[in-house]
Design a protein around this ligand. Structure first.
Ligand code: CA
Length: 71
């Protein structure tokens, strides 16, 4: 029984880390960036050169090539 509880806790932590749970915006599947609002700029986050898909609510990918906050 205790093993089942531990497994559930571990799976929850893994899912949270992947951004499946929590407040991570799905437009940025490789990183966990909070959903807008507030609208964030690249200066507000530490991530660079990450994948951008879909609506890009923070407009990190200004040139629309699918890569956000290019450096
Ligand atoms: Ca770009």
């Amino acid at each position: 029984m205790i093993r089942v509880v531990l497994l559930v806790l571990i799976m929850g932590a893994v899912l949270a880390g992947c951004g499946v749970l929590g407040n991570c915006d799905g437009s940025y599947p490789d990183v966990c960036i909070p959903k807008a609002p507030p609208d964030l700029d690249c200066d507000d986050i530490t991530h660079r050169n990450f994948r951008v898909e879909g609506s890009d609510p923070h407009r990190f990918d200004g040139d629309a090539d699918g890569i956000g906050c290019e450096s």
